[in-house]
Design a protein around this ligand. Structure first.
Ligand code: FE
Length: 212
């Protein structure tokens, strides 16, 4: 998913985003930071450190029914069992489970609250005004733009994150994965599937994982 595919997710940059850009430009101009190094750090947190932890949690829940129950009842302690610290933005985390009848979608309508300890940094579109407003007003339309077409009778539940409570989606395990081990299953789980703007596919559609 890239913002180039979804220009409507690009809100004009104002306030903090603009100030950060200006600061970055100044630091680069003064030779204090290397923009490629900055990109590498962001990439690391967006795609490697963050979402991979969430993916491990999902794969474990798919394989271990008792862990899944603990995860849905008390996400923080279940995630702690895997040695993943809850961290400063994850003390109050709730995991919501997709089923054939209900699909969950996560947003922060006020700003950009996001379950950092399991998903890393939020993607740019998650923070955009377009996503924050439309995820509530027209979740089915938003999902369609992300390539997720749900049957009309599937209920969409939108969860509004806050500083007090963050959410992560437990996506449905795709058919045909019965013989995969935990590591192989985790490799299928995308960040977007844990936000609810994607579903887990098998074989994995790696082409959809594009930079923002
Ligand atoms: Fe927020």
């Amino acid at each position: 998913m890239s913002d180039r595919d979804h220009p409507e997710h690009n809100a004009p940059e104002t306030g903090p985003a603009l100030r950060v850009k200006a600061l970055e430009a100044l630091l680069v101009e003064k030779g204090l930071v290397d923009p490629a190094a900055l990109d590498a750090i962001v990439e690391q947190y967006e795609y490697r450190v963050g979402p991979r932890l969430g993916a491990r949690v999902v794969a474990r829940a798919w394989l271990d029914a008792e862990f899944r129950v603990r995860l849905l009842n008390d996400a923080v302690s279940a995630i702690g069992e895997l040695g993943i610290p809850s961290g400063p933005e994850g003390e109050h985390l709730m995991v919501v489970e997709n089923t054939p009848d209900a699909h969950n979608l996560i947003v922060c309508t006020l700003c950009s609250c996001y379950p950092w300890p399991v998903l890393g940094l939020p993607p740019a579109w998650y923070k955009s005004f377009a996503y924050r407003s439309r995820a509530v007003a027209d979740p089915r339309g938003v999902l369609r733009e992300f390539g997720v077409e749900l049957a009309p009778d599937v209920e969409i539940r939108v969860w509004d994150s806050s500083a007090e409570l963050r959410y992560m989606v437990l996506p449905m395990r795709p058919d045909g994965t019965e013989n995969l081990n935990e590591e192989q299953l985790a490799a299928l789980v995308t960040r977007d599937a844990m936000i609810g703007t994607g579903v887990v596919r098998y074989p994995a559609q790696t082409a959809r994982r594009a930079a923002e």
